[in-house]
Design a protein around this ligand. Sequence first.
Ligand code: HEM
Length: 151
Amino acid sequence: MDTTDLVLAIAHHVLVFSLAGIIGAEFVLTRGDLAAATLKRLAGIDRHYGIIAVLIIVVGIGRVFYGLKGWEFYVYNWVFWAKMTAFAVVGLLSIIPTIRFVSWNRQASASPSFQVPAAELASVKSYIRAGAFIFLLIPVFAAAMARGYGY
Ligand code: HEM
């Protein structure tokens, strides 16, 4: 038994489920009434998105190097790289929503009559939907890679 592997696996799962929750929250909140309080909440949630994503990278790399199977198990496996690519795409798709949330929150704080422009909201929703869809592929790749598919 290896405690390091266990702790890393627990942390990885907790962080990954937290990120799924955050993506779900952003998905739902951008479909409701975008009052100033909601925009503030979205900006706050999105900050946690960034923090959790960074922690997932740190813990994930920890699993590669300090996990039971050894780094060679992953780096020669194309399913592992498909999972990394999917995660990178999810990250890239989150950039525009982050920029918009910060900007909307700032404008709503400065002017109480601020309304989120419909075109900007539509594009943010598309980015969140696309990111959520790609995110769903990651556990598929993860389960396959963990079982040795991909050589
Ligand atoms: C830089 C990012 C990431 C790295 C380096 C990474 C790395 C790893 C590693 C090394 C394992 C262990 C697999 C094994 O037992 O052999 C693993 C498992 C897993 N990862 Fe990640 N991961 C990352 C991001 C993510 C994300 C964003 C998700 C989101 C769904 C995720 C979901 C999972 C799941 C569900 C497992 C368990 C698979 C299983 O045992 O069936 N990972 N990951």
